[in-house]
Design a protein around this ligand. Structure first.
Ligand code: 5GP
Length: 223
């Protein structure tokens, strides 16, 4: 299709939604609720070398694997991005992105800021949302409340949280302060609804303007 430089390009049909936050900010709960509310949302289950915490289940929260297997996957190019966070490896597999694009789905990533920015550099239409705790004191209280981490781990996570917050504040598209889970979820679902209504993401095959080839003409071309 010929492009007009005065008209900004439409985003790709699928929505890549990255949620980042320091651990303890409530991001995983928000991500899981999105999945319940939007049938087309699919949660990206990362691979990690860290041990399962509390009630976490293999294949549901993460794919828990050992470092050798992880590095084999890195060498095979299985990951769209991967990182070392808190002395463990974490990686995002590429399959979910293809399925979001082919089925107009919403791929939800619960990853750190570096990972989010890597996804954005490869897929500029990806939407980056940063979830903030209301204060550092509240973040510490939530981390201790989980009762699953040692003091030293909590201390390390708090230090990492500061850096993560600074990076998120300067580079993410949307910021949500999670001082009330319901209000935070309302903001998140509003972002998803608005992003789905962007030109290019709307399914124009539903459109009926009496001209049979009208919708086809305006439907986005494969990138
Ligand atoms: P946790 O161990 O608390 O589940 O996660 C620690 C950090 O790693 C969080 O910031 C989480 O978002 C991030 N993380 C989880 N999966 C991935 C991934 O696949 N890639 C990257 N870059 N970060 C991840």
């Amino acid at each position: 299709m010929k492009t007009n430089p005065e008209i900004p390009a439409a985003p790709a049909p699928g929505l890549l939604l990255v949620l980042s936050a320091p651990s303890g900010a409530g991001k995983t709960t928000l991500a899981r609720r999105l999945e319940q509310e939007f049938p087309r949302a699919q949660f990206s289950i990362s691979y990690t070398t860290r041990d399962p915490r509390g009630q976490e289940k293999n294949g549901v929260d993460y794919h828990f694997i050992d470092a050798k297997t992880f590095l084999q996957m890195v060498n095979r190019g299985d990951f769209i991005e991967w990182a070392e966070v808190h002395d463990n490896y974490y990686g995002t597999s590429r399959g979910i992105i293809d399925s979001a694009f082919t089925s107009r789905g919403i791929a939800v990533f619960d990853i750190d800021v570096k990972g989010g920015l890597k996804i954005k550099s490869r897929f500029p239409d990806a939407v980056l949302v940063f979830i903030l705790p209301p204060s550092m004191e509240e973040l510490e209280r939530r981390l201790r409340g989980r009762g699953t981490d040692k003091d030293e781990t909590i201390h390390r996570r708090l230090l990492a949280a500061r850096t993560e917050i600074e990076k998120g504040l300067e580079s993410y598209d949307y910021l949500i302060i999670n001082d009330d889970l319901e209000a935070a979820f309302t903001e998140l679902r509003s972002i998803v609804i608005a992003e789905q209504a962007r030109r290019g993401r709307v399914d124009l095959s539903r459109l009926n303007l009496q001209s049979p080839d009208f919708a086809q003409k305006w439907a986005p071309q494969e990138k």
